[in-house]
Design a protein around this ligand. Structure first.
Ligand code: CS2
Length: 496
């Protein structure tokens, strides 16, 4: 089979959407750090739609991998083309997919191979937006407080080495320093990661770093650059060899690395772009005055429930989200978690029908065509729990309200950290704080009674912060931990 390539787009079946703008004339208006599956199924797809609708060729995307060469190795021979396969089930339950070849990725970089090229991209007159999907841990911050960790090894390294940064924050600030030295204008820096006030968090990290380097640079950034907050939503499971095969069959051309996604797409982004922006509304974006209420909705509902499903599911041996949510006891729990515990903590969202949103979410989890692995969502729990579950918990505790279902998600995470599921299968703990967590768990294990053990577990500061030892949390958590160990996930859910 021949490879997907700009010269072969005419050979695609008629049903496959493809770029119809002049790709060879795209400028590098957007530098995207972290060109993984999520960005390719979200920002780049919306940007593709904007290029179609508006024909403004300033907005091509340079995709930067901060670590691995694999995306570049797969996509450079295809000149940046790749397929987005949108998957769900037909009304009769049969899986179906819609294929779209996306064209907005016009250059690929591997930062460790050529850091200079990335700095030059940021410091180029054509660059107007630097966007990021580097996952929660990519911000090198303390998850509980949101502040940049100046002692993080990558940050310490980047403060000392302007020519070969490693972190996203290092690339951004050293790139901006170059822009300033060249008398180029400021940019918009747009985080698309699942963090609360992701723009403000990025701003804080960038300014802390810049300030440690040169306060005048920090001033220049603070005055001129913008940091729009955003809420992003689309479920994008990691693609497998089988997906590569089936997408290539559908194309009649070999795509070395397609991405998968659900039909659902949402993106609420603050219209605050220091150097202009494409009109992403063509791709489903909403420009909003304030993203915070939407972020809260999304992080607490979509991701809070997702992480709960992931830890409970991974421990019970339910390997994918659709299999997990098909278990009646888990489904009842997730529905009640959203309705009874999360929703009452949400701000007013004019025009939003919460029961419909909740029902839609359960249907999204049940999508049988995604095979989204619970182990994939389970990774990096220390970075995810604060905004997904602990914010809700904090609000409920402050209001004196019970939160047994939110707490069960936390208990399931702690249970999962023991590294073996209920079928006896071992799983690695993929988390930047894995070593510290293991030590902490071992120390808690030595406690004499279950309340003391739970108290010690909540004293892990980077995650729990001020919730350490909270009496109501500890009182709920302790029996849940015992139940998960004794009765397992199924028994615990049945007994709720
Ligand atoms: C998931 C998210 O992997 C995870 O942690 O919860 O990636 C989730 O699929 C997206 O945020 C949905 O928008």
């Amino acid at each position: 089979m021949q490879a997907l390539h700009p010269g072969r787009l005419d050979a695609l079946p008629a049903a496959v959407a493809r770029p119809r703008y002049e790709r060879s004339r795209l400028r590098h208006g957007i530098v995207h750090l972290g060109i993984g599956a999520f960005a390719r199924a979200h920002l780049l797809a919306a940007n593709d739609a904007a290029l179609h609708a508006g024909g403004d060729l300033r907005w091509g995307v340079v995709g930067v991998s901060l670590r691995q060469p694999d995306t570049r190795d797969a996509l450079a021979p295809q000149q940046g083309l790749y397929t987005l396969a949108i998957r769900d089930a037909a009304p009769d339950g049969a899986p179906r997919q819609r294929l779209q070849v996306v064209g907005s990725l016009c250059a690929l970089r591997v930062a460790p191979e050529d850091p200079r090229a990335v700095l030059e991209d940021i410091a180029h007159p054509d660059a107007r937006i630097v966007s990021l999907t580097v996952t929660e841990k990519g911000y090198c911050h303390d998850p509980a407080s949101g502040r940049l960790r100046l002692d993080h090894p990558d940050i310490a390294h980047d403060l000392a080495d302007a020519a070969r940064p490693r972190s996203a924050i290092g690339f951004i600030v050293h790139g901006l320093a170059l822009r300033r030295a060249r008398a180029l204008g400021p940019l918009a820096l747009m985080s698309l990661d699942n963090l609360p006030s992701n723009g403000a968090l990025l701003r804080g990290a960038v300014l802390d770093f810049a300030d440690a380097l040169d306060p005048a640079l920090a001033d220049w950034i603070a005055t001129g650059c913008s940091f729009p907050n955003s809420m992003v939503d689309r479920i994008v499971p990691r693609s497998t060899d089988a997906d590569r095969e089936s997408v290539s069959q559908g194309l009649g051309l070999r795509d070395a690395w397609p991405v998968l996604g659900e039909p659902f797409f949402d993106w609420a982004v603050e219209d605050d772009f220091a150097a202009g922006r494409p009109d992403w509304t063509a791709g489903g974006a909403r420009f909003v005055a304030e993203a915070a209420p939407w972020e809260k909705l999304k992080l607490r509902m979509v991701n809070g429930a997702h992480s709960s499903i992931a830890y409970l599911g991974a421990m019970a041996g339910w390997d994918t989200v659709d299999v997990a949510i098909a278990q009646p006891a888990l489904r009842r729990h997730v529905e009640a978690l959203m309705r009874d515990e999360i929703e009452p903590t949400l701000p007013a969202l004019p025009g939003l029908d919460l029961p419909a949103y909740r029902a839609g979410l359960l249907a999204r989890y049940a999508n049988p065509a995604l095979a989204h692995r619970t182990q994939q969502i389970a990774m990096d729990g220390s970075q995810k729990l604060p905004q997904r579950l602990l914010g809700t918990l904090r609000d409920r505790l402050a209001a004196g309200q019970p939160a047994p279902r939110v707490t069960l998600g936390i208990a399931a995470w702690l249970h999962y950290l023991r590294g073996r599921d209920e079928l006896g299968r071992a799983h690695p703990i993929d988390d930047p704080l894995a070593a510290a967590l293991a030590q902490h768990l071992a120390a808690a294990e030595a406690a004499d009674d279950e309340l003391e053990r739970a108290r010690r577990l909540t004293a892990f500061a980077p995650v729990f912060g001020d919730l350490a030892g909270h009496p109501a949390l500890v009182a709920t958590l302790a029996p849940q931990l015992r139940s998960l160990r004794g009765r397992g996930v199924r028994g615990t859910l049945e007994a709720l």
